[in-house]
Write a protein that binds this ligand. Sequence first.
Ligand code: MRU
Length: 342
Amino acid sequence: MKSMDGYSPIVFNENDELLMLNQLLLPKEKQYIKAKTVEEVCKAIKDMVIRGAPLIGITAAFGLYLGIKDSQTKDEFLDRFESSVGCLSKTRPTAVNLFYALDRMKSVVEEKIDILPLYKLINKLRATAFTIWEEQKGQDERIGLFGAEFLKGKRRILTHCNTGSLATGGIGTALGIIKTMHRMGLLDIVYVDETRPYLQGARLTAFELKEEGIPFKIVTDNSCGMLARAKLMDAVIVGADRIARNGDTANKIGTYCLANMSRRHNITFVVAAPESTIDRSISSAGDIPIEERSQDEVLNCGGVRVAPDGSEALNFSFDITDSELIDAIITEKGVYRYPYGF
Ligand code: MRU
């Protein structure tokens, strides 16, 4: 299960079982949860056993395959396909990669349903899920190289949330750039903010950086102003869950604060994401649905209630950063600069 680059966030085995590294337990426990049905996959995505925009998409593709693989007739296949897509689409609304992966699977069906016998169509969908994953790995590598080149000379980086292997199944997007910079000797230190309430930074990004031997310090989510004023960082690199045609970007809550602080202090602010995160059907951020999660995630910390009984919380999972605050958007195709026109 342990791959060369650490722990693979998902494994799809020859018995058609999806094993998911339970990100809710990391770094304390490395436990894989097994899914054999699309319903189990939907639950795992919703509960954030796996998370991160590209990995949500890849996992959904395998989930969709699990939903249809035992179909006996084409009619049954089409029924199951539709209900599986319905279940998966409702899991996490903001990350557009989920819908990208489902659309890729849909286009295989549209193209091949009348040409291929059912068993071949089912095999093709299994192969397509692996292809989406393989493509992501290559895209991450290219994002890493473009980013390292663009950020040359900026050796102290702050990053937010987790955008690494645990979020993409490859080396990661923003964290992929950081890993590439480290390999090229271009990095001094990474500041990792905690990323309440799920602590993707303190738990997951710190876990990956430690595995890779990359120097880092964890900072609280509200440290950015202090770090900027003390001139401790040269650039901020974040991922994205959805990018509109004009470059407006939805990403983990807190990203907008980082972008504003960066602009105020002349710190380079970069978004890294695969092209599949660009939603060309929307012109600006107004059309991006923002996921709101349970109040309990805020009222509790590490499983312990911290707020007084009767308190209410507001738990937006993402925020929007206006494109003019983003110095560059880096994809596998290269470096885009403001003004964006995707
Ligand atoms: O709620 P999450 O953990 O799925 O949110 C993840 C993020 O916001 C990441 O920054 C983003 O998905 C990019 S992942 C490469």
